[in-house]
Design a protein around this ligand. Structure first.
Ligand SMILES: Cc1ncc(COP(=O)(O)O)c(C=O)c1O
Length: 487
């Protein structure tokens, strides 16, 4: 069993008491997938609750279906936008799911839920005595701190010191403790070191390590994967074909949604992307980069590399310059002149840094396979520019005003000029080379065994065993809710 569902009766009783005291009801996977299943009484309560409020009913907003408003929103269709050819430079249909409308403004709150809830409802995690530790490159620890605040349990957020100011400001209000590890985005090893230090500290804590927790993979497989399927059902015409999805691999949770879609569309592709300045997947390389949230210098344990088809490395210069193009006034005016519809231009702040990177990865895939107007590529906007306003200000101070000339150069070079360089369509041997990199992080450093890493590659049912755990988890959630006895 990849997600351990062993019950600890004594702790479970204490968890039930805590959840009861905090007036919490836990949503099931079925409800996150299909919020029309959420009881009407809860939907009524949500009509007066803000999207980011620390209110336990917001657990029901861990879904792609939130109405895109900051207060009192109900549930509707999946939040997505289709980017026009005038912007992408490819006739292919590039469709993006929007993460901004999750509580905390990023879909990582779902990954945190996916890791925490199985441990809570089995009694393995006791929120009345234990601290929850959330190692992260930014948004996961925000999601974890948020979920912990709802449970009233103490939390420790761990993230690199070089992340954007907005994240730290928000964490100072929500997390019990925030630990800054040395370095920036790609310094994940330093985060793992801090986890070991905490384990040895003698404190009663539980570490929810997203990079190895199958709850993260499963949440995206089931919830993001299903949301993508829903979008496809909505937008696909009779001659259209779904060709694949692209996702950066921070913890390799999001990319799990590609596995779900591959079951439905076996010939579709999965593109794993990373920063060119830290080309770990592409070249076993290392380095630091500015695409906040996508880590690297290691291959996450939960990345099903055997199922990935292409690797794409994205230049972080493209990201920071496109962030200016999409958000500075001169950039938006220029884009409108180039024929990008105003409705799209006005919503370009929905793309955070990694979202821009994901869009470029999707464009590169479309160009590489010479996709046409009936081909659909999906990707994800994990968060929005709300978390990077300080970065825009920093660039403004460093480079001065953003002008029409800057806009023309960035549009031509980084959007329409996006090329198919720094890509690899993986053979069996390429995939195995990437999978083998896991050895150095996970077996040598982080306590996984030789047998486990071999099973990931050779055991035919390894990944499907995880995928099949949803009904059991939902049954445990329902039993737990019944024992809590609220609602
Ligand atoms: C902004 C941002 N983008 C992308 C990712 C990567 O997503 P995943 O960890 O699911 O691979 C993260 C992860 O924390 C993130 O915070």
């Amino acid at each position: 069993m990849k997600i351990d569902l062993t019950i600890d009766k004594e702790r479970r009783k204490r968890a039930i008491q805590r959840v009861h005291d905090k007036n919490i009801i836990i949503p099931t996977y079925a409800q996150m997938k299909k919020p029309s299943l959420v009881p009407a009484s809860i939907q009524r309560e949500l009509s007066t609750i803000g999207l980011w409020d620390v209110n336990p009913r917001n657990l029901f907003r861990i879904t792609w279906h939130n109405e895109p408003v900051t207060l009192g929103g109900g549930f509707g269709g999946v939040n997505y936008i289709e980017l026009p050819t005038t912007m992408t430079g490819t006739p292919a249909r590039i469709v993006v799911l929007v993460g901004k409308w999750f509580p905390t403004g990023a879909h990582k709150v779902g990954a945190a839920f996916g890791c925490l809830v199985p441990r809570l409802v089995t009694g393995q995690f006791d929120p009345s005595t234990q601290k929850a530790v959330w190692p992260s490159t930014g948004n996961y620890c925000r999601g974890g701190a948020y979920d912990s605040a709802l449970l009233g349990c103490e939390s420790i957020a761990i993230l690199p010191e070089g992340m954007s100011k907005e994240r730290f400001e928000w964490l100072s209000k929500i997390a019990g403790e925030t630990i800054k590890t040395p370095g920036s985005e790609s310094n994940v090893k330093e985060i793992f070191d801090k986890c070991w230090e905490l384990r040895k500290s003698g404190q009663d804590l539980m570490i929810f390590n997203q990079f190895e927790e199958f709850g993260n993979y499963l949440w995206h497989y089931e919830i993001t994967g299903h949301a993508m399927e829903e979008v496809l059902l909505q937008i696909m015409g009779p001659n259209d074909e779904y060709r694949g999805m692209a996702s950066a691999t921070g913890s390799a949770g999001t990319i799990g949604s590609g596995d779900y879609l591959k079951h439905l569309f076996p010939s579709s592709k999965i593109v794993a992307s990373e920063a060119l300045q830290c080309p770990t997947l592409l070249q076993n390389g290392f380095g630091s980069h500015r695409i906040e949230g996508i880590g690297d210098k290691h291959v996450p344990w939960i990345h099903n590399v055997r199922n990935s088809d292409l690797i794409v490395a994205i230049d972080d210069n493209a990201i920071v310059n496109l962030a200016r193009l999409f958000n500075e006034k001169a950039g938006r005016i220029y884009l409108t002149k180039q024929g990008v519809p105003e409705m799209i231009v006005n919503n370009l702040d929905l793309l955070g840094f990694s979202g821009i990177s994901n869009v470029l990865s999707a464009i590169k895939m479309a160009k590489y396979f010479e996709l046409g107007e009936h081909d659909i590529v999906l990707t994800i906007l994990t968060d929005s520019m709300e978390l990077y306003q300080s970065r825009l200000q920093e660039m403004h101070l460093e480079y001065g005003d953003y002008t029409e000339n800057n806009a023309a150069a960035d549009f031509a070079r980084y959007l329409l000029g996006e090329s198919t360089d720094h890509m690899l369509e993986m053979t069996y041997a390429d995939r195995k080379r990437v999978h083998n990199l896991k050895y150095y992080t996970w077996v040598e450093q982080q306590g996984k065994t030789y047998d486990e890493i071999q099973s990931q590659w050779y055991e035919p049912d390894y990944w499907s065993d995880v995928q099949k755990q949803v009904p059991e988890i939902d049954a445990l959630i329902e039993e737990f809710n019944a024992d809590v006895g609220i609602g």
